[in-house]
Design a protein around this ligand. Sequence first.
Ligand code: NAD
Length: 515
Amino acid sequence: MTLAVSAPRNPASAAHDPARDLVDQIYVAGRWERGQGELIQSVDPATGRVFATLHAATTDTVDVAVREGLSAARTSGWSTMLPHERAAVLHRIGNAIDDARERIAALQTLDTGKTLTETRALATSAANTFRYMAAALETMDGALTTPRGPWLTMSTHRPMGVVGAITPWNSPIASDAQKFAPALAAGNAVISKPPVWAPWVTLLLARLCEEAGLPPGVLSVLPGPGRTVGEALVRHPDVAKVSFTGGTSTGRHLAHIAADKLMPITLELGGKSPTIVFEDADIERAIQGVLFGIFSSSGQSCIAGSRVFVQRSIFESFTDKLVERAAQLRLGPGTDPNTAVAPLISAQHRDSVASMVDAAVAAGARVRLGGAPPQDDRLEHGCYYPPTILTDVTNEDAICQEEVFGPVAAIMPFDDEADVITQANDTVYGLACGIWTENYRRALRIGDAINAGTVWVNTYKQFSISTPFTGLRDSGLGVEKGRDAIRHYSDQKSIYLDLTDAPLAWGAPTERARS
Ligand code: NAD
């Protein structure tokens, strides 16, 4: 059987040519087959070269995958398997990801442009996510609840059926793992709709799941346009839940569809996160954290610290240092170990970032660094945009209110705690926040007051799978990660067992239930 992404015989050599094993096939209910939809051209963002083509899924494919997934979860025994048995499969998937780390990293760097350092870390994170969910599943208890009558009362969980996982292009394997692992742990079938701009790593993950013993049909990977394939998945009557990561406007649209179906939907959406630097901060650490917070992943990160508030007394000196250090970040291909800031996902996205910066400058922003695509023969064909630092902006400006999703930091002064809380919270988003101060009482006060699902104090962009992740306001709905992630893909049931032989209510009037 030919598989869509075959496992390399020698992972090290495959790392040199990650496109070598790619085949034009998608994964439909356990079958590798050519998609019936439009042709996707995969472009290396570092060179502009088309390295592979892939036929997308169609809305009919979605229907097949959902129906067969529902049936496969039952007939393969996946949905009724004992938790420790399902956990063993998840554990093997985690180990398989580790074993294929170089292959995954090279492929993801080719498809997204990200640095190899980052794509290796994402692969490791995905492996850990599968193993963590395996451990959580093995140790997850149901509950005997306190009875308020002559019953044994319990709360149990069962699989929901088929779950949809819709993901963006910025961290494919980590986003996939965050959804697949808990949804599979709960005993569901999963239908994944990866992004058109970066579908390959998710197909490779499906291959690894298959080899690790996930029953055929329980997972499908259906790349294709969101407005057709993705939307068909959300609208399908047999899809019991969708977990979506992507832009806020898409998420809002999908929430309407979910509401019509009365279907639960988890939304991990955009952000415009504040990073706050107080005058008492460890300045060197703050510089490092601010740089990493906005320029790692080339700013293509939902949690990017794109609004930097610096206390007025250190505003000029801090900004000077930040500019000086950001100027040293090397722009280059993700495969170069010296690269800090890699290309953006596509020329189209680079142009969108450039036009937002141009508009900010036209509105009065001062460019302290970057501000235009590089004029460098070495980078000529890639989708590069340099680290960009803007000052002379106010928090009301579009550049401070709209998500750029690129390496663009807006630096603004603040006077005191009250001022920075007001400015930081003046946004529709509520994803993350960074606070740099040596005063932990102040850090806790500010952290509590800022509308953000995640607050980092004296660090930024750090994650652990055991800690829940959520976006407030327009940044999302629902929670991912943490032990309870498995519960978010389960239906909860209550069971009452009668413990008496006494007549029931209408047999003889009694006051059985106390309340
Ligand atoms: P996007 O919303 O355009 O697309 C995300 C996914 O949804 C893609 O797979 C896309 O094909 C699909 N999609 C698009 N329209 C759809 C529709 N009508 N029905 C169903 N599916 C549809 O977002 P993007 O540009 O790929 O990703 C960038 C966005 O993702 C940014 O806003 C970023 O902040 C956000 N993001 C959020 C998190 C988080 O955890 N909060 C993480 C990463 C990215």
